[in-house]
Design a protein around this ligand. Structure first.
Ligand SMILES: Cc1cc2nc3c(=O)[nH]c(=O)nc-3n(C[C@H](O)[C@H](O)[C@H](O)COP(=O)(O)OP(=O)(O)OC[C@H]3O[C@@H](n4cnc5c(N)ncnc54)[C@H](O)[C@@H]3O)c2cc1C
Length: 418
């Protein structure tokens, strides 16, 4: 499925984008690079949307994305922006909480399931297939909950029984059925190997945090970013909506009622992102990326990120951890989680704590989202100068948005994707 809904009129060199989050900025950047005159209308008083690095006296706090996972397009973008990436520390351990204990995610238990059940035929890859349904015959329900759910939950913050297979495994959605799980694994390995080798792989941030990337994108679009923009939405000339789906539904209610109704069906997951600066290390996750925590484990968080271990240059004199939770968390909730990880924790170990609550943190990548996006593509077929983009259309991660924006900007009239 195409990753940008609608299309633009390339004869009209003026484009108005609504929303200066990452999607609006990156799409604006590529379009401007191709000679379009881009204006961005942003409702709030700042650019970046969910990406914002706060500089506090205790250290840097990322309120949303804390890293860009590299791909070839990401690498190109950084080169064009003349932005030096700060690579994450290599070979950090990754932990997964299993029965209350922190363990390595690749477990003998899973490998033996692959050996025993790898020959089995997976379910048909239908439009309605969920991730849990696809993997259940291979690893069984218990392992889905213990291993797969926390791993995918770390990206999508959605239970595997709701996660839509074709949306998550986008690269495999053209295959109607695999003969065996081995065939699926072989294709995954082949895809991985065919990807170009990058000078810098894995996660990166920037000196000063993710805000540096946002600021660089914004600088390239200045002075045409209008902050605190509160005018009524209209489709006048080439127009691209780059807000979340709920806002997009509100904005289009009068001008495109059918599109608005479909957009309003897309659900969102709330998240709390709590950064804690500590005087002492949490020993259990020392020298690690952090830990993934399954739902139902008794903790309030679904994951903790060890910021100092990942990006030591941005977290010099402090131990910094970010706890992500699927609910609105209190400081007590996070302290209780720290105690579960660190039995000898003392309240005075905490230097500073900051809580960011996102009511509409991430779009839920479920079947409803897939069906709505399909319908939106149909409804937008007759559009000539109106497009919709954002992390509910193009993929949740920044790198997916970079790739989609680049492809779209190159051919906004007859946009096709390989
Ligand atoms: C806690 C958290 C951690 C994450 N970690 C990562 C990570 O490590 N790596 C990664 O790749 N991704 C990560 N993500 C995902 C990534 O941050 C988001 O997918 C991305 O930032 C969303 O960008 P967006 O432009 O689609 O939406 P938004 O960031 O929501 O931007 C939308 C913009 O539209 C503006 N707007 C709203 N209404 C209007 C209006 N009426 N008129 C004009 N403007 C309007 C908003 O103010 C905002 O600036 C994370 C997300 C969260 C919440």
């Amino acid at each position: 499925m195409k990753r940008v809904i609608g299309r633009l009129n390339p004869q009209d060199k003026h484009i108005t984008i609504w929303g200066a989050g990452f999607s609006g900025l990156v799409l604006g950047y590529y379009l401007k690079d191709l000679g379009y005159h881009v204006t961005i209308h942003e409702r709030s008083n700042k650019v970046g949307g969910k990406i914002h690095t706060k500089k506090t006296s205790a250290g840097l706090i990322e309120t949303g994305a804390n890293a860009l996972y590299m791909n070839a397009d990401g690498m190109d973008l950084l080169k064009n922006l003349k932005l030096e990436p700060l690579p994450a520390t290599k070979k950090l351990k990754r932990f997964l909480m299993i029965n209350g204990k922190l363990k390595r995610p690749v477990q003998l238990k899973i490998l033996s399931k692959l050996a025993i059940n790898g020959h089995k035929k997976p379910p048909l890859i239908s439009d309605g297939l969920t991730v849990a349904e696809f993997f259940r015959p291979l690893i069984g329900e218990e392992n889905i909950q213990k291993f797969l759910a926390p791993v995918l939950g770390g990206i999508y913050a959605t239970p595997t029984e709701n996660l839509h297979f074709k949306s998550v495994f986008y690269d495999f959605s053209h295959v109607a059925q695999f003969n065996s799980y081995w065939d699926f694994i072989k294709l995954a390995i082949k895809r991985q190997k065919s990807k170009p080798r990058l000078e810098i792989s894995g996660s990166v941030s920037f000196e000063g945090g993710m805000q540096t990337l946002i600021n660089r994108l914004a600088e390239s679009l200045k002075p045409n970013i209008k902050l605190n923009y509160k005018e009524k939405f209209e489709i006048k000339g080439n127009t691209i909506l780059c807000t979340d789906a709920i806002t997009a539904a509100e904005l289009t209610r009068e001008v495109r009622p059918e599109i608005s109704t479909e957009l309003s069906r897309i659900k969102y997951q709330q998240l709390s992102s709590v950064t804690v600066f500590m005087k002492r290390e949490i020993k259990a996750i020392q020298r690690s990326f952090g830990a993934l925590i399954p739902l139902g484990s008794g903790l309030n968080s679904i994951g903790v990120i060890n910021n100092k271990a990942i990006f030591p240059d941005n977290n010099e004199n402090v131990y910094s951890y970010t706890f992500i939770s699927r609910k609105k968390c209190t400081e007590e909730d996070i302290i209780s989680d720290i105690k579960s990880l660190n039995r000898d924790f003392l309240p005075e170990d905490i230097d500073h704590m900051e809580n960011t609550y996102w009511e509409k943190a991430l779009p839920v990548y479920d079947i409803q989202r897939y069906l709505s996006i399909k319908k939106l593509h149909q409804l937008a077929k007759k559009e000539e100068n109106f497009a919709i983009f954002g992390n509910y259309v193009a993929g949740i991660s920044l790198r997916e948005m970079i790739t989609s924006a680049k492809i779209f900007a190159n051919n906004p009239l007859n946009y096709v994707e390989k």
